[in-house]
Design a protein around this ligand. Structure first.
Ligand code: XBP
Ligand code: MG
Length: 230
């Protein structure tokens, strides 16, 4: 019996990565550096989860480790920009997510978030896409810097499970990326994956179910029928 659904945010609840990319690039321009991430760069950079970690990797690999940069401050400006862009209301939930959330709530399941992104971004997405504060939708939110190792480490999923007070076999994770799948599986969870714009090329060996769209899950009955892959 499933008692909770744990959702990833970026690429899962909504296709947010183009908005993140825009927020990064606009922040870089605003601080007067010549960094720019096109889609191809970003697809590769996304294999490093977390915005601060992504900037650090970019500086290390592409820029040959130049003078130290104030990455936390740059990233804070990027978060502020992302929150403002999200409030413009152009991002929508991915198909199937709203129905799954509604059905789960009606059935008394707990809902949680396990994400790499920063907490203000989760709040901004919930207000823009659900028209409600995050706490009105999700019982537990495990995000970004609440853990010391981001996905593919299982830490953020283990934190969500701890806060839910559940064992891994009592919940299902919903993901869009290989890093997310690895994190969920390493936490002992079943994981359903629907790839998104930036993860379509990835291979999801070990996924308990791979769907083209979250509407294909078949609601709670479909979730219950998702047997763990050995
Ligand atoms: C998403 C991410 C995030 C966002 C940016 O990974 O890696 O870093 O791209 O968010 P996942 P921040 O969906 O697997 O959790 O800049 O706030 O880190
Ligand atoms: Mg994701």
């Amino acid at each position: 019996m499933i008692e909770a659904i744990i959702f990833d945010v970026d690429g899962t609840l909504a296709e947010t990565e183009e908005l993140h990319r825009r927020a990064f690039n606009e922040t870089f321009a605003a601080i007067g550096v010549d960094w720019f991430w096109d889609r191809e760069d970003y697809r590769e950079l996304l294999t490093t989860t977390g915005g601060k970690e992504r900037i650090a990797r970019f500086l290390r690999h592409q820029k040959g480790d130049p003078a130290p940069m104030p990455i936390p401050e740059i990233h804070k400006a990027k978060t502020d920009r992302f929150v403002a862009l999200m409030a413009e209301g152009e991002i929508a939930l991915r198909p199937g997510i709203a129905d799954l959330v509604t059905e789960a709530k009606r059935a008394g399941l707990k809902l949680a978030i396990a994400t790499t992104t920063s907490l203000p971004n989760v709040e901004a997405l919930c207000r823009a896409c659900f028209g409600k504060p995050a706490s009105a939708i999700f019982d537990v939110i495990a995000a970004g810097d609440m853990v010391s190792h981001k996905k593919p480490s299982p830490e953020v999923y283990l934190l969500a499970l701890k806060e839910l007070g559940l064992e891994p076999d009592q919940a299902v994770a919903i993901e869009d990326s290989l890093n997310g799948l690895r994190a969920a599986k390493a936490a002992g969870l079943r994981c359903i994956v629907s790839p998104g714009f930036y993860t379509r090329h990835e291979e999801f060996a070990g996924a308990d179910r791979l769907v083209g769209c979250f509407s294909e899950i078949g609601g709670l009955a479909g979730l219950e029928a998702t047997a763990p892959v050995a």
